[in-house]
Design a protein around this ligand. Structure first.
Ligand SMILES: NC(=O)c1ccc[n+]([C@@H]2O[C@H](COP(=O)([O-])OP(=O)(O)OC[C@H]3O[C@@H](n4cnc5c(N)ncnc54)[C@H](O)[C@@H]3O)[C@@H](O)[C@H]2O)c1
Length: 339
């Protein structure tokens, strides 16, 4: 790790993947928000022109088309891997075998078995593997979790109502689960804990058209009702979660941006304001900056990140069980971020 001017260590990060999502959210987070703490030292993409462009934008300067060569030559403190669910397992496992902690985009893998192999590789190498579910670090969800995790004030979480609507732009119903609602299951687990039981129903109208309803029971005995499917999103009524406690209190997060806390007699609501300051920038509000900071903090302090690859395995187990019960065939096709 390089020394910063204030004497603290600057985390040296390399990025594998310079595609659309990385260009839209990862590199801008690194270049615009994290320069003081994180130094982007190198960029790798099979597409040399893309790698060079993002290396120039992020200030890394150095670009590669072979990630193993990049790791050998640059010796980063951590890597961000942003490719796709089919490619992630082999690249992430190779990185951990080379001794490098990884922040990998969702979905970490296409099968539970591959995700378990990544978990195993993380354990045997001692390199943490974190999944980039940025919503966990989004401002609204962090505020909501601060309220619900204060057991003395809020009480016990007993009930969750959540929705994550989508759109038939995904090529298959399973792609919709794996690319979009994988964030939803991760969020619900972040408030409810371990899932003990799943009951799912669907109306499948076509290979990329379905309505999906799910009931969950958590190990804590709390219950959840979840609405997914391929209709109703991604507009302003797409995403909602309400977490209710045994003290009659609740927190609602609407579209990852508005937080309402109520205690039975009154409520208060938070929204980001219009001020163009750091905290109100989209990559901060959405959690992309926070997820990188959390990854860096966990590597530096040798803590398990959240969500870890263990969470990745549990999220995929839940998605496969939902697909099985709803008759959704597990055919995944890559959905590029470009519309
Ligand atoms: N968290 C989010 O909000 C969010 C949003 C969109 C996409 N994503 C995820 O981000 C990932 C990337 O999506 P995208 O739309 O940017 O895809 P993309 O196809 O635009 O980018 C992937 C890039 O990886 C490169 N690549 C492939 N194999 C490589 C290798 N071995 N070494 C180096 N580079 C390699 C490709 O050349 C391409 O430029 C996916 O997993 C997707 O699900 C996350």
């Amino acid at each position: 790790m390089a020394r910063r001017s204030d004497g603290a260590k600057q985390f040296r990060i390399a990025v594998i993947g310079a595609g659309i999502h990385a260009e839209t959210n990862i590199y801008p987070s690194l270049a615009n928000h994290l320069l003081a703490k994180v130094k982007t030292i190198a960029v790798c993409d099979l597409d040399d022109a893309r790698a060079r462009r993002m290396a120039s934008f992020s200030g890394a300067g150095k670009s590669y088309t072979d990630f193993k060569e990049m790791i050998r030559k640059e010796n980063p403190d951590g890597v961000i891997v942003c490719l796709n669910g089919r490619l992630h397992p082999q690249v992430v496992i190779a990185c951990t075998e080379m001794g490098v902690p990884v922040l990998v985009e969702k979905p970490p893998a296409l099968t539970v078995e591959d995700a378990r192999r990544m978990w195993q590789a993380s354990q045997s190498s001692g390199c943490p593997v974190m999944i980039a579910h940025q919503k966990r670090q989004g401002t609204a969800y962090v505020m909501a979790r601060e309220i619900t995790s204060n057991r003395r004030e809020f009480g016990r979480v007993v009930q969750i109502e959540a929705k994550m609507h989508a759109m038939p732009r995904f090529p298959t119903n399973f792609s919709c689960l794996m690319e979009w609602q994988v964030h939803g299951i991760d969020l619900v687990r972040s408030f409810g804990g371990e899932i003990k039981d799943i009951t799912a129903r669907s109306w499948v109208m076509g290979s990329n058209k379905a309505a999906v309803a799910i009931l969950l029971t958590f190990a804590s005995r709390a219950v959840a009702a979840v609405g997914w499917g391929t209709f109703g999103g991604p507009g302003p009524f797409c995403e909602r979660i309400e977490v209710v406690s045994d003290k009659g209190k609740g927190v609602i997060v609407e579209n990852a941006s508005t937080v309402t806390f109520y205690d039975g007699s009154w409520c208060r609501t938070w929204r980001p304001d219009w001020n163009p300051n750091l905290a109100n920038q989209s990559q901060v509000l959405m959690g992309y900056v926070g997820e990188i900071l959390h990854f860096v903090d966990c590597v530096q302090k040798k803590k398990q990140p959240s969500p870890s690859i263990e969470d990745g395995v549990k999220n995929l187990e839940a998605l496969y069980e939902i697909a099985r019960q709803t008759g959704i065939t597990t055919e995944w096709r890559f959905t590029p971020s470009r519309f």
